[in-house]
Write a protein that binds this ligand. Structure first.
Ligand code: 5AD
Ligand code: SF4
Length: 474
């Protein structure tokens, strides 16, 4: 099926970018003589984008910039955008527009916009025309050329537009500046070949390509050796990992190789497509030492008719079979999913089948979306007669059903002991918050010093969308 030659960006090309990094570094030192210039990178959307953002940060730090959380203080602002739904696009453009005055006050600052959104020609054109204060616009396939783009612009070059559609390459060896020192993203594959009819991702992220297993395993080993407690493997469709690689390997085998790395850490992954999810994958999770018993398996909807129109290539029966096998192998497994409400042509009867499915599976948590029309996709051309108000009403109905399901699950957790990786301070004083191995949010009465290492927690309270507890005595 997949006979395209996939290559990594050649070493000489990466070396050239390193040369530009040094040139940009010298130029930046000249321009900001006597102080360290600051950057602000904001990534919208999914974890893959956030992981890309960490590579942008790594490159900027190599050029001599230092991170700031404040946009106002930044000498260089990059918005790393998402195109999956319209509201994410609107937010990014709104924030970009707000930079106009800052740039007027401080003309030496640089502004860049990149990511999935700019990979769409009509958006790149719009930015070119309506946002003349933006210095650099680049797409998902050009990220590794950031040093060259910065160097060129800082040397008085024209505004830079680099949104090439060249999606054949994998980039290895970019510097990464990770946001966390206990949770690490690890992309295993890029792109998507599924062309679900509503989704823009295959158009902006290009064709599927997998990183070589030795690269992935070596990075995982480095992450564990550096003391990280959680590795999140990322891909738009991790279950088709390996297609097109020289070595014959699938995602389950990759998981087994990573799981074999010794250490006190846990593995998560996303996203799995149900059409490629296998019993082998479920067995691999069940038999592993480090992989969390949690599967995020987006079903999108509970009507076979709509699943067909969505081009999802599975039906409800196949989905339910996977769920029951997962539960048979791992009685403690937690399940989460994505749901789209109001796909073109979806009727209330179709929607009721989604509610039925939710009641049958009883997901632990859901990510729910109202359908958003994406220009250029197959669904964008479909008749969409249901008014937005009706879709919103269905959406609220769905949330109410799910809330009840989640509520009863949280109540059933009271009295249990769970392992949690606390990530940040909680809302209430004296609390910290994180996720258990099943990806459930747990608020803990414990000091800040416990953030970043595993703790055993006795659950004593059920909230909406989370549970609470205290550190276990022994
Ligand atoms: N409209 C609404 N939701 C979408 N998703 C993807 N494309 C769209 C769209 N056009 C949702 C799907 C996917 C998740 C990442 O985003 O549920 O699984
Ligand atoms: Fe989009 Fe479907 Fe690919 Fe997910 S699998 S990124 S929903 S096309």
């Amino acid at each position: 099926m997949n006979n395209r030659v996939k290559t990594e960006v050649p070493a000489e090309v990466m070396q050239e970018q390193e040369k530009y990094t040094q040139l940009a570094r010298m130029r930046i030192a000249e321009i900001y003589y006597g102080r360290i210039p600051k950057y602000h990178v904001h990534s919208y959307g999914c974890q893959l984008n956030v992981s890309d953002g960490e590579k942008l940060k790594g490159q900027l730090e190599a050029m001599g910039y230092q991170q700031t959380q404040s946009v106002e203080d930044a000498d260089f602002v990059i918005y790393n955008t998402c195109a999956v739904r319209e509201n994410a696009e609107d937010r990014a453009l709104g924030n970009l527009g707000a930079l106009k005055n800052q740039k007027r006050r401080r003309p030496s600052m640089l502004i860049a916009i990149c990511g999935c959104m700019t990979q769409q020609q009509h958006i790149a054109d719009k930015i070119k025309k309506s946002f003349p204060f933006v210095d650099i616009v680049f797409g998902t396939h050009s990220m590794y050329r950031l040093p060259e783009m910065v160097w060129s612009r800082l040397n008085g070059g024209a505004r830079v537009f680099d949104t090439s559609a060249d999606d054949k390459d994998i980039v290895e060896g970019l510097p990464v500046s990770r946001d966390s020192d206990f949770k690490a993203w690890l992309p295993v594959m890029y792109g998507c070949d599924n062309f679900c009819s509503y989704c823009i991702v295959p158009y902006v992220r290009g064709r599927e390509r997998s990183r070589r297993p030795e690269e992935v395993v070596a990075e995982a080993r480095k992450i564990v050796e550096s003391g990280y407690k959680e590795i999140m493997l990322l891909g738009q469709n991790v279950n088709s990992y390996g297609v097109g690689l020289e070595e014959k390997i699938n995602f389950s085998e990759l998981l087994r190789r990573i799981d074999a790395i010794e250490g006190d850490y846990r593995i998560r992954f996303m996203t799995s497509h149900p059409k490629d999810c296998t019993h082998e994958l479920i067995d691999t999770i069940a038999d592993s030492k480090h992989i969390c018993h949690h599967i995020h398996l987006p079903v999108q909807c509970g009507s076979d008719r709509i699943l067909k129109l969505m081009n999802r290539k599975y039906d409800v029966a196949k989905y339910l079979e996977l769920i029951s096998y997962a539960r048979e192998r791992m009685p403690d497994v937690t399940l989460t999913s994505d749901i789209i409400v109001g796909f073109p042509g979806e009727t209330y009867e179709d929607f009721l089948q989604t509610l039925e499915l939710l009641k049958t599976v009883r997901f632990n948590a859901l990510y729910t979306f109202i359908y958003s029309k994406r220009e250029g996709t197959v669904a964008a051309k479909m008749e969409d007669p249901v008014p937005y108000e009706d879709k919103s009403r269905w959406f609220r109905e769905l949330l109410a059903v799910q809330e009840e399901i989640a509520d009863s699950y949280y109540k059933s957790m009271v009295g249990k002991r769970v392992r949690v990786l606390p990530e940040e301070l909680g809302k209430n004083e004296g609390t910290i918050t994180g996720r258990d191995d099943g990806n459930i949010i747990v608020n803990i009465k414990a000091p800040e010093s416990m953030i970043g290492s595993f703790v055993e927690v006795d659950v004593d309270t059920a909230y909406n969308w989370a549970v609470g507890g205290t550190i276990a005595a022994e």
